[in-house]
Ligand binder design. Structure first.
Ligand code: TLP
Length: 348
């Protein structure tokens, strides 16, 4: 039985064209700035996202951490959503390693932060208060069912932040999902942001790598931070080559992941014992609840039926569509959920 792995889009494998490009990549020592493929990828991405410069980093976690460290000095503060990846899943690294504190605001179900609350939360300049150095948004929002943020919303938050002396960073791990689903170029979505990162290793299906974009001065600092975190790489062109292919062939196909996610959500909504509002699913992340069920137990039952899902929090489970998952896999996954629900919940 084939396993249908919907735990994350991080489980996606590189395409045949990526593997070929990786094998043939022109490389050099990136520590010396000599890797031509890394350099080409950085220039291409900066151009594509409408920023002056970009730097290739090993992971999304390091991309966010190096960005925050570049924006903040010790004792300063960042504003994050209480459901954000930076706050929940990045090991407290900005405070552990940077002496930076987190100020959390509640994320609405659509992944936004309330602009008025945000305005109040940015501290006035005072010798007593920590300086609020940066506000962080997440687009799409992982814990909020992959909800995309609009260009207008991002601009509103940016203008409040800038007026009060704070920068705006976008954790755009899945920014191309947000762009494709709204039919807006990614550059438009982040025009107002001072910095952003996105991941090559999620929906874009590369084996490794993320990238940070911003002004040339900011990126020079991020590069130093990356290196100080041990993230400097040598012949990283083998990884950047996959990123180049991803930009050519993996962006537009995200629309297939979105329609598979909608099909999954609609199917789940029809299964007794499963709770989900399919209208909230716009990109590739599907979060649902198992009524009266033990989510962890439900996940092991699903595994017996050949489907892998992940537990997010409370009674919530997550399934993520990605390259390699076809419409038939979605239909098979729905059959598996139906069987697991019947067994686990005693639903007829
Ligand atoms: N998200 C992963 C992990 O939490 C395991 C996932 O499966 O969704 N920002 C956002 C919004 C993310 O979703 C992730 C990873 C990251 C940052 C961090 O990227 P990596 O895993 O490359 O460090």
């Amino acid at each position: 039985m084939r396993t249908i792995d919907l735990r994350s889009d991080t489980v996606s494998h590189p395409s045949p064209a990526m593997r070929r490009a990786m094998a043939e990549a022109e490389v050099g020592d990136d520590g010396w700035g000599d890797d031509p493929t890394v350099n080409r990828l950085q220039e291409r991405v900066a151009d594509l996202l409408g920023k002056e410069a970009a730097v290739f980093v090993p992971s999304g976690t390091m991309a966010n951490l190096a960005s925050v460290l570049a924006h903040c000095r010790r004792g300063e503060e960042i504003i994050v959503g209480d459901q954000s990846h930076i706050y929940l899943y990045e090991y407290g690294s900005v405070s552990a390693l940077g002496g930076v504190s987190y100020r959390q605001l509640p994320n609405a179900e659509d992944g936004t932060l309330d602009p008025d609350m945000m305005e109040d939360a940015i501290r006035p300049v005072s010798p007593r208060f920590p300086r609020t150095a940066v506000v962080c948004l997440e687009n799409t929002h992982n814990r909020c069912s992959g909800q995309p943020l609009t260009r207008e919303y991002t601009e509103t938050i940016a203008s409040i932040a800038h007026e009060r002396g704070a920068a705006l960073h976008v954790d755009g791990a899945r920014i191309f999902n947000a762009a494709v689903c709204q039919g807006v170029p990614a550059a438009e979505l982040v025009r107002a942001a001072d910095s952003l990162m996105f991941c090559f290793s999620k929906g874009l299906s590369c084996p490794v790598g993320s990238i940070v974009c911003g002004s040339s001065e900011f990126i020079a600092t991020v590069r130093r931070m990356r290196n100080s975190l041990g993230g400097g790489m040598r012949q990283a062109g083998v990884l950047a080559a996959a990123g180049m292919v991803a930009l050519d062939e993996m962006v537009e196909r995200l629309a297939d992941d979105h329609s598979n996610a909608r099909r999954l959500a609609q199917g789940l909504a029809g299964i007794p014992g499963i709770l989900i509002d399919p209208a909230t699913i716009h990109t590739n992340i599907v979060i649902f609840e198992v009524a009266d069920g033990e989510p962890v137990e439900f996940i092991s039952r699903l595994r017996e039926h050949g489907v892998l899902a992940s537990h997010t929090h409370g009674s919530k489970l997550r399934m993520v569509t990605h390259y390699g998952i076809e419409q038939q896999d979605i239909d098979d996954a729905l059959n598996a959920v139906e069987s697991a629900a019947r067994e686990a919940l005693g639903v007829a």
